[in-house]
Design a protein around this ligand. Sequence first.
Ligand SMILES: [Zn+2]
Length: 200
Amino acid sequence: MKPTVTDEVFDRVYETILRRDASLDGRYYVGIVSTGIFCRPSCRSRTPKPENVRVYESIEEARQAGFRACKRCRPETPGKEGPDAAMASAVTDLIRKHYAENLTLGDLAARLNVSPFHLQRVYKKTTGSTPAQWLLQTRLEEAKRQLADPSRSVTDIAAAVGFRSASHFSYAFRKAVGCPPNDYRGNNRPVSAAEEENKA
Ligand SMILES: [Zn+2]
């Protein structure tokens, strides 16, 4: 099973909950431990405490964790906000499923039967980022998760998340995250139980 999202993603999603911001709707789903329901991040119910929030990348993951869909924001109805939002969430789904492959704007457009220009424009307008930016972000988030496994090499991870080469990966990672992949791994390795006790 996939581990939960990184702390950075959690913080980003929690920000949108506070602002009732719809920009991450369809990209992440928010399970509320105290109620057992999951919502779009923008759902206008009471703001949950961070410790009660779980962030999922798909409806299936939220369901598997035991959450039921919110009746107010209906996270399972992608077309709710109209055709543009439906197209944007279809693109986001395709990126989530195929990020590890060589995925171009043309591929996405062909799958959805629209022109690349139209797709790009609608996606940017709806979500604030281009498909390419979101693809890169998805790959980097996945890479961060895989870096937590010390047995995986940077080269393996680069290939597994869809980069053409380890050097492309390292360059993109450093540019976005601010340090090379191996440094990130060093700074974010899981804290052992003994260390946890020492802190307490
Ligand atoms: Zn809701």
